[in-house]
Design a protein around this ligand. Structure first.
Ligand SMILES: Nc1ncnc2c1ncn2[C@@H]1O[C@H](COP(=O)(O)OP(=O)(O)O)[C@@H](O)[C@H]1O
Ligand SMILES: [Mg+2]
Length: 496
């Protein structure tokens, strides 16, 4: 029932049935009117003659011979049945087939005495009424003329003439009518078939093909395209659909290309990471041995004059050990000890630690902390390490001194910490690579500070983002989850 084809079929059949019914009704009405007119034409003179004959016989031979007179006239005019009735429709005199009277005029006439009264009021009128199959009954009030007045006191007619005529003798239109209707029916059936064919060819078939295309596309065959039908509206839909598929295909190709590029990079980095981890392990042991050897050498009296050289060598080995340790940290999965952390305390401890070094380089460190900050989900040591890395990076980018602004605030239900410097900044090329392990622009850099920081923040469900402009500075923003997940009433107090 919900199928378009079924609905169109039902609507078409209903429309055809309604139009057929209408045509039939109109045809029948016209036919009836035509037959009535023919009957009137033919029987008007007959009625007149009857009236005249009745007056004559009334005048010269009395009522006794009425039945005979009626019979004679009926025979001449081919009337099936003829009668004189009283005002109630009761038969007074009759001739012809009386059974016709019983089945046609009798009961119907008597149930409608109003009709007789109406006819009495208009003596010229002849009323016609269908009476069973192919029969018409004519009724007329007998008009009283001057000669009647001698016997009938009243001027009002007291008798009615009733005649039943067979319409087949009057009109042979019926047969023609039936043939016409049959033809009409056939024509309508043909129209229906043609309409159905067009609907099927122009609407249903293209729709079926369209659905089949959608099904094929749904299975993943994106190269499939919908056939464009001739009907304008459907063609527009097909065009839009095909356009959408073109766009989708392009987007899918782009995503696939990007995906395979990133996968290749990830794989390469994973391999490099593994190699680096094992090489670093080896390196750490070797550098550890060199550091031990240096310690022994320092104790030898003959090398005391070379203290400066030994100090330098120790510094180098310590840096090498640091780098190795950092690299090993990075290659290990980060498993933080999560807990509620006061981010402001953490910031202040890192500032306290790095303060003297910054002052020496002419760098001012400003803390702008929101006092009523909720506790954040983090690992205290890792968060300190992250902040240390970020502030060190900022300091390294500010050879001529400047200001580092470290701030905390609550934003959109997250604890935000940002480290902003007005140092060198970085260009697009550098900015895109800073989170790649081992990417560094510094001579003594490891290229691991930012990747480690990002990894640590993400391990506690946070995120780290970086914005930078060459010559203007860099801002790194960390967003951490609130612990527990509720937002306290804030007093927007800030300390500088
Ligand atoms: N605040 C900053 N200002 C300018 N450049 C920065 C900043 N932080 C990081 N960078 C750039 O990102 C690179 C990678 O940083 P990082 O991962 O910490 O490694 P490293 O500090 O060992 O070089 C740096 O070499 C530097 O070029
Ligand atoms: Mg760094």
């Amino acid at each position: 029932m919900n199928r378009l084809s079924t609905r169109i079929g039902i609507i078409t059949i209903a429309a055809l049935a309604a139009s057929l019914g209408l045509v039939l009704t109109i045809e029948l009405g016209v036919h009836r009117k035509m037959v009535h007119e023919q009957v009137l034409d033919r029987y008007k003179p007959f009625i007149k003659q009857i009236e005249r004959t009745l007056f004559m016989s009334m005048k010269y031979s009395g009522k006794a011979s009425f039945d005979e007179i009626l019979g004679e006239i009926a025979g001449t005019y081919g009337v099936e049945y003829i009668a004189l009735t009283d005002i109630e429709g009761n038969r007074l005199h009759s001739a012809g087939r009386t059974e016709t009277y019983e089945t046609t005029t009798g009961p119907a006439s008597r149930s409608a005495p109003g009709l007789y009264r109406k006819l009495a009021g208009s003596p010229e009128k002849i009323a016609l009424e269908p009476a069973g199959q192919e029969r018409i009954v004519l009724r007329k009030a007998l008009s009283n003329n001057e000669s009647c007045k001698s016997c009938h006191a009243e001027h009002i007619p007291r008798a009615f003439l009733e005649a039943v005529v067979n319409t087949t003798t009057v009109s042979d239109e019926k047969g023609r009518e039936t043939a016409l209707l049959a033809m009409l029916l056939i024509v309508q059936a043909c129209v229906f078939c043609v309409m159905w064919l067009f609907v099927h060819r122009w609407l249903l078939q293209p729709l079926k093909k369209f659905v089949a295309t959608i099904d094929t596309v749904a299975t993943g065959k994106m190269s499939e395209r919908a056939e464009v039908p001739r009907i304008e509206e459907l063609a527009t839909v097909a065009h839009h659909f095909n356009g959408m598929l073109d766009e989708l295909e392009k987007a899918r190709e782009a995503v696939q290309r990007q995906y395979s590029q990133s996968m290749a990079r990830v794989e390469r980095l994973a391999t490099v990471g593994q190699m680096a981890a094992s090489a670093t392990h080896e390196l750490k042991n070797l550098v550890g041995a060199v550091a031990g050897g240096l310690e022994l050498l320092e104790r030898l009296p003959e090398l005391r004059n070379h203290k400066e050289l030994l100090d330098e060598l120790r510094n180098v080995t310590n840096r090498l050990l640091d780098s190795a340790r950092q690299l090993l940290d990075f290659s290990k999965p980060v498993t933080p000890v999560e807990g509620p952390q006061n981010v402001n305390d953490c910031i202040m401890s890192v500032i306290g630690f790095l303060g003297p070094r910054a002052r020496k380089k002419g760098i001012e460190m400003k803390a702008e902390l929101e006092q009523a900050l909720p506790e954040a989900r983090a690992d205290m040591h890792q968060l300190q390490q992250v902040l240390l890395n970020l502030i060190l990076n900022a300091m390294q980018a500010m050879a001529d001194g400047g200001t580092i602004r470290i701030s905390s605030r609550l934003e959109d239900g997250r604890v935000i910490v940002s480290v902003e410097d007005d140092g060198l900044g970085m260009d697009d090329d550098v900015r895109q690579k800073v989170f790649e392990p081992f990417f560094t622009t510094r001579k003594d850099g490891t290229g691991l500070g930012l990747p480690i920081a990002k990894q640590m923040v993400e391990a506690v469900g946070g995120s780290l983002a970086l914005a930078s402009e060459p010559g203007r500075g860099t801002t790194v923003t960390i967003a951490l989850q609130v612990w527990p997940q509720k937002v306290p009433d804030l007093q927007q107090e800030r300390v500088a």
